[in-house]
Design a protein around this ligand. Structure first.
Ligand SMILES: Cc1ncc(COP(=O)(O)O)c(C=O)c1O
Length: 431
């Protein structure tokens, strides 16, 4: 089937030229430099194929969870096709059955009073709304986030991340503070009466999946409550069964005031995001329910897709399967670790949210490249490049395990050889 979809090398070159001249010159130069000029063509399940048909990649990055259910998941496509016979984006001013039912479903699947959902298109948009709401509700200005965390590149979300993403755009603001993840003392020092919210990824992906220390998130919530500050948990990557529970925060005995969902909610098919809020926060909209608008946010087509994603991801058998795969990876990765001791130093793991701990900061980029050469797509963590993010599709089949481990073994062997000689002066990716 794939070969019928194949396009010639000339066509691929044309795409690259168009991209170079009309989308991003810098990105093309970058991929050419590392001989990684892959152009996504046909895709299915865990696989991505180059448009010229000459290479395929097993997706172990899953785009941070977008492709939790694989590429072009049939159940998701069928739902979307069906909806297209009747609906469209919908009208954001009017009452919507699809949005109402999806929000009710989310409320059902969330603990505590996380009863209301406002839909958006992207993760950044949903984070922006979470921050807006925290400020609007508490009437406080400051936001605290984790150093090395990542919540997006939109107007407010960009304020909570690395300075390099806002300083070039003259966007710095004194209202946003950062503290080290897992450091309660640092939090206590900055938590004052001006702080509207603390925002954290439940497990920070861009920081290389450091797991929250025992009791950390629970204590953060307690400190927030004592201070009248809200806790926002970003589950854009960690949510939706990725960690072996539907929501990652369920592992840590904490209920936040706001949960943000995106990426995987789309089923990889129709972009949609969600800012799920404690019902007390809905009061912000009482004076004027139209003070926040997103024309395409919560598109009625996207709602049907997201609803199916939730149905699949919350299924007990599905979660059991994720946990089984996680145990199998534990076993296989530990064997690889022993074999490549010194280069491959350890595994951070919650379900299939996995970080491979490597020798040093150069090892992550080098393994990303050798894995690519061995038909595996993995990406190192941008803010700790000694860690490679390892997010297998949750729908992975048993037969895929041997392929992945054999290829990873080869990639590590090559990375060990390349590592001392390759002087990568810059980071391979900027994800
Ligand atoms: C944890 C986390 N939060 C928020 C975002 C922003 O999502 P989006 O790129 O859809 O705006 C991302 C994107 O990578 C993310 O990983």
């Amino acid at each position: 089937m794939f070969f019928n979809k194949k396009e010639s090398s000339d066509k691929k070159k044309k795409v690259i030229d168009l991209f170079k001249n009309h989308v991003s010159l810098g990105k093309v130069k970058f991929y050419e430099k590392y001989n990684m000029n892959f152009v996504m063509g046909f895709r299915e399940g865990p696989w991505l194929f180059d448009v010229d048909g000459k290479k395929k990649l097993f997706n172990l990055h899953s785009n941070g969870g977008v492709f939790n259910l694989g590429h072009r998941n049939k159940e998701i496509i069928d739902i979307l096709k069906d909806q297209l016979n009747f609906y469209d984006i919908g009208n954001h001013h009017l009452i919507s059955k699809q949005r109402a039912e999806l929000a009710a479903k989310i409320a059902d699947l969330m603990p505590g009073d996380l009863d209301y959902t406002i839909f958006g298109v992207s993760g950044g948009e949903a984070i922006d709304l979470a921050l807006k709401l925290a400020k609007g509700y508490t009437k406080r200005r400051k936001i605290i986030s984790a150093e090395g965390g990542y919540h997006g590149h939109t107007g407010l979300s960009v304020q909570t991340g690395d300075a390099k993403y806002r300083t070039p755009f003259l966007l710095d603001s004194d209202d946003y503070l950062q503290i080290p993840f897992n450091d309660l003392d640092a939090l206590k020092k900055v938590l004052d009466q001006d702080v509207a919210a603390v925002i954290l990824e439940t497990i920070p992906a861009t920081l290389g999946m450091p797991l929250p220390k025992e009791g950390y998130l629970k204590e953060v919530k307690k400190l927030c409550e004592e201070n009248g500050t809200l806790l926002i948990l970003d589950e854009v990557q960690a949510g939706l069964a990725r960690t072996g529970k539907l929501w990652a925060f369920e592992h840590f005995d904490v209920i936040p005031d706001i949960v943000v969902l995106a990426k995987g909610l789309s089923g990889g098919i129709y972009p949609i995001s969600a800012t799920v809020i404690d019902k007390k926060l809905e009061s912000v909209f009482h004076d004027d329910p139209f003070i926040h608008i997103s024309t395409s946010g919560g598109s009625e087509l996207g709602c049907a897709v997201a609803s199916k994603v939730l149905e699949i991801s919350s299924d007990v058998k599905f979660l059991e399967r994720v946990n089984l795969l996680s145990d199998q990876f534990k076993y296989e990765l530990e064997k690889l670790q022993q074999k490549h001791d010194g280069f491959f130093k350890g595994v951070r793991r919650k379900g299939l949210f996995i970080g491979l701990e490597l020798k040093d900061n150069m090892a992550g980029p080098v393994l990303t490249k050798t894995a690519f050469d061995n038909d595996l797509l993995i990406v190192y963590a941008n803010n700790d490049t000694s860690i490679v993010q390892f997010l297998p599709p949750l729908i992975m089949e048993d037969k895929d395990m041997k392929f992945v481990i054999t290829k990873l073994d080869k990639a590590i062997k090559q990375a060990k050889l390349l590592h001392p000689v390759l002087k990568l002066k810059e980071k391979l990716f900027q994800f």
